[in-house]
Design a binder for this molecule. Sequence first.
Ligand code: NI
Length: 166
Amino acid sequence: MALLDIRTIPDQVLRELAKPIDNITGEIVRLSEDMIETMIGARGAGLAANQIGLPIRLIAIDASLNPKEKSHIILINPVIVETQLEENGEEGCLSVPGYYEFVKRAKKVHAMGIDLKGNTVEFECEGQLARAMQHEIDHLNGVLFIDLLSPLKKNLFKKKITKKDK
Ligand code: NI
């Protein structure tokens, strides 16, 4: 197992559209284990492959966000097939260190994907788990939570970033 380097903004790999995974190779399995370890080490609630420099459709999520689930979820080619309701919640991202803001997301999502054994798996997610699922799948589409902020908050964020660079 190995800890992987987490890419941060403005790394362009975070903006890439990740490619679907066709074969679950040994490399994918090892990578998934490393992503879980990296996520735990960084105290993240989830991690998408873009964040470790690989634009492929693979995410890790800390499923203890939902007490009913096992400890960690690995999903290959994940999709959200249904959403319900909306709620505001605070979010951060390992690729946007030190910044937290409230973002409106679906409150409940029905997600599907493939596990490491090649089985189709489904998750009914709520609350923090639903938020993490949406956040990580966004990563695979090159979308960051800061993109979802209101224009006013986006400007404040830009000012903060510019200040930091000086
Ligand atoms: Ni993130």
